[in-house]
Write a protein that binds this ligand. Sequence first.
Ligand SMILES: [Zn+2]
Length: 326
Amino acid sequence: MIYPWQQEQWHKMMQLKQAQRLPHAILLYGEEGSGKRDFAQSLSASLLCKQSVQTGEACGRCSACQLIAAQTHPDLTFLKPVPPENSKSTKPVLNIRIDAIRKLCTKLTSSSQFEGYRIAIIENADRMLVQGANALLKTLEEPGNQTLIILVTSRPHRLPITVRSRCQALRFPYPSEATAIGWLQTQGLKSPEIALKYAHGAPLTALYQHEETLQHRELLAKALTAGLNGESSLSYAAKLAELPKDLSLNWLLDWVNDLVRLKNTNFNSAIINEINRPHLNKLAKKSDLKRIFAYNDLIIEYIRKETIALNLQLIWENLLISWDSL
Ligand SMILES: [Zn+2]
């Protein structure tokens, strides 16, 4: 997909393609959430497609396009950071595996399956370790015919200069606010201005984070109001345990703050979870302020603890039981 704010970069690539002057390595760099990876995929598809359309984009229907869609095209390789094998940490150090880079280099120097381009997309390319970058460097120095290596990163300064200097760099800044909001509207976002602000101007982050956040907040709301509907809140513990810990606990704090506000202002205060006001009113009426404060302290204690030392499902079970008896 070529986003409206990537037209300039796309035309530049298509001109080089038509003139058969595409470089062997391209570095797509710029802001996080500006759509660099999608651009890399569109460019690869355009080169592998057997009948690309007038704008240069892939047709989406030919056999090559079907293989790309199924992620099984033999001449297209994706690399990205993966956690170390057997890692049990919830926050592992993610690097691009050296053996994966070596395998990729071998593949790029052997002949193409379809007598066309052989392409590699390396996502978060700055996460290559020194040995990995050195292995790639050899392929960058002596690229085979019709090979293209696309490096994608929002931290280009972390790439070795030896690697950077062998790539044609293409920058992807954020679009103007008007362009981003216009596009977000076409994606069906109801409050694009707010979403774009939350995402610090990154249109794709605004689109995905916003939707995801809404879904997650809705899940929490269901759990916290289950008791009022005569359901068991405990059945939500496993799902809540899958959400980012600190984020979801902070949303829970929003609910606690809303309860305190409602109780202290005789149910007149503005609250964060406005959409759940009827439920919160009922909860505020039946709850005890002292217990709410103790609950608040408990959440903060959990936020301070390292995730790795915690059984999140157990914590959510505990929090939901306590919530129901506030
Ligand atoms: Zn095609």
